[in-house]
Each structure stands twice: as C-alpha cells, then as structure tokens.
Design a protein around this ligand. Sequence first.
Ligand code: SF4
Length: 329
Amino acid sequence: MIAFDYIRPGDAAEALQAAAERPGARFIAGGTNLLDLMKLGIERPRHLVDIGGLDLRTVSETPDGGLRIGALVSNAELAAHPLVRDRYPVLSQAILAGASGQLRNKATTGGNLLQRTRCYYFYDPASPCNKREPGSGCAALGGFNRIMAILGTSAHCIASHPSDMAVAMRALDARVETRLPEGTTGDRKLDTLYRLPGTTPHIEHTLAPGELITAVLLPPPVPGRHHYRKVRDRASYAFALVSVAAVVAVEDGRITQAALAFGGIGTMPWRDRAAEELLVGATPGQDLFERCADAVLARAQGHGGNDFKIPLLRRTLVACLTDLTEDAR
Ligand code: SF4
C-alpha cells in the first residue's frame, strides 16, 4: 500500500474543503471496498478524507411522506429500520441478501452505491483491464466471465455492478442528495448516478470531483407487494448471478403498478421501464410474465461463460412475478 495523508474533518464543509484542496483525494467511510482496493494497489489515493465522523447517520421522514437516509447510515441499520421494513421491504430484503453481517455493520449507504465491480480481473494487477488501466484491454471478454454482465456492456468492459441495495433503490425511484465543493447542494435521480462503460469504463458515475453524497431520498411508498429475489452460487455472502427487485400491485384482477429492477445482469443496477409498461393494465399470468422477460432480455448478450444468465433471469423474473400476484388473481 502506498503512503497517504489522512484527514478527519469535523463537518461536511470541512470535508468538502479538504477534498477540494487535495486533487485526487478520496472520501472514506466504512472502507469495506476502498481499503481492499488500496491494499492491492488498484486504488492509490494520496489523500483520504475520513467522513465517518460526520453527522449523516439519520433516517427521517420527509414532509411528503418519503424517507431521507443519511449517507453514513450503515447497511445493517437501514435494513433493520422500522420505516424501511414496514414501507420499503424490498430495500430491507435486498440489503440483507448482500454481504455478511460484519460487512453490513460497517458498510454505509453512500459507499454501497459507489462500490466497485467484483470482476476477478479488475482485482488482478497482472491482467489487462480497461477499468483499472484504461487502454490495456479486457481479460474478461475472452476469459472466465461467469459473473459478468449481459446488459449495458461494451467492447471495452462487461463487468457487472455488485450492489443489491442499489437495485432495490432503483426500483423505488431513489434520488441522491450531494454537496459540491463550492457548497451548493445537488439532487439527481439514482438512474443518472451511474454511467454505462462505453469506451471509458474507468468512469463509473456522474459525481464531480470532490462531490459528496450526503443522503438518499426515497419517495412516498407506492401501493404494492415487495420482493427481492436473488440467485447466487452459495446461500450467503455471495454476489448476485441474477436478482430481481419488484414492487407490484394488483387490483380487480389487473396489475395497476409495477416497478422492476435487476442485479447481476447489468453494468449498472438495471431498470427497464418498457418491461414495466407491459405489465401495467394487464392480467397477470405466465404468458404476460414471459413477454415481460422478453422485453428485459431483448438486448441481452452473453459472453460464453455467462450465457446461462439469460434463461436464469427469465426464470427468476417469472417466478418473482408469479409469487407477487398469484393470490391476487
Ligand atoms: Fe476490467 Fe471490465 Fe474487463 Fe473486468 S470486464 S477485466 S473490469 S475491463
């Protein structure tokens, strides 16, 4: 690990100033991903601004009936919070499906959103990787690519996004609140936080240098049943091969609301609104769910070792929708 400065600011303004004064500085909170990357020499920040002591650990209701989640709320606290369990159970389920208890105690809401891929070659400095070293190539394209993405990929990178929490948050139409170095506040849809790899897979999000995530905002809960279904290689402490976050409501035999997001298959937490539109107004059933899967998978592309994700996502989505609607039909 290289030598670095360590700065522990007292509040958000000090944190922003510290980062602005030190080009290339990184914010650190739980450190559950960044420290691993630093030990391997994959991330080499010269300055670490530790935001762990900032006052960003509160979950509170917003005036419109939504939820404001401080960026430093731990994954464990968020999954167990009564308002999350009661009003946004898909979020609680997704968080509890991720990592281990120890990691969830340490990992934060903001950090979870920004965690980096678990592509094996990204973590192996001896392998070519455009995300780690732009222009070096992509070892996963012709290599072992079981866990890689089938949607949103490019000829430069096929790495999947690892977060479960962010998948549920996409289904819930979350927004991300930030503070910029000049002191202004930013607010963007989670949908627009992430970038597709394209020709620049090393640029993963739309945050400006020194921009700090301060909270995640959830809109008021919508009617419907919630479910997070995750398929992985072992029963716990494993990233998703495929996952589905779904919020679906049925009234008088018809689907009146549907929000679907997917993990394990995309280069970012994936959402497909065209597939949702197919569901709304229709009568639930196997044929409809298969057509919904067709829509999600219309542009899916396997890379050999991960071809199985295409039928696996289909079966997982159909099963999830069946579970959510079968006693309402
Ligand atoms: Fe690197 Fe992306 Fe290729 Fe993995 S898939 S080796 S992260 S460029």
